[in-house]
Design a protein. Structure first.
Length: 171
């Protein structure tokens, strides 16, 4: 899926984890929450990439949307939870950084970085739900449904965990 969907899901994971961080009593509990948040970010990437999907945004649109999502959430979440959001986003984006960035930089910028075998199984042909070429109507419908499910699920998690957002300004 586009990085915007990975980012939106990661924001839901990070914001939900912030609710647990609120009540963590020890440093060990806070570290555990951070590690689990990172791992959930990585795992969410695998789940999203495993779903049948097309790519509704081109690189510019997805870059702008992703940057806007991050900027908005950094502005509206309580400052003490920002790092947890970034931990979740880092986990969610890491698989693409490892498996795709060297190839993309070589292709688009003419660099000569080594391109290693893909590490994450959902980036291999048999593990990916990525649809390309001529996509049958049923597969296109499944892609649209999967994107709607991901956005709805993430949005619900963000609403449920909204108590860690900054309170609205009054007056």
């Amino acid at each position: 899926m586009n990085i915007a969907f990975h980012t939106f899901t990661a924001l839901a994971i990070g914001q939900s984890a912030a609710c647990r961080l609120e009540v963590a009593r020890s440093r060990a509990q806070r570290i555990t929450i951070g590690v689990v948040t990172f791992l959930l970010g990585v795992m969410s990437h695998g789940v999203l990439d495993g779903l049948p999907h097309e790519y509704p945004f081109q690189w510019l649109g997805e870059t702008v949307l992703t940057a806007a999502l991050l900027a908005i959430w950094m502005a509206i979440i309580q400052p003490r939870y920002r790092i947890l959001l970034l931990v979740a986003v880092a986990g969610a984006l890491l698989p693409d950084v490892i498996d795709h960035v060297p190839r993309d930089l070589n292709r688009h910028l003419g660099t000569h970085l080594p391109e290693l075998t893909k590490l994450f199984p959902w980036h291999h042909r048999g593990g990916s739900g990525s649809l390309s070429g001529t996509v049958p109507p049923d597969a296109r419908l499944a892609s649209i449904a999967n994107h709607i499910i991901v956005v709805t699920f993430s949005a619900v998690m963000l609403v449920i965990s909204r108590r860690v957002l900054r309170p609205p300004r009054t007056g």
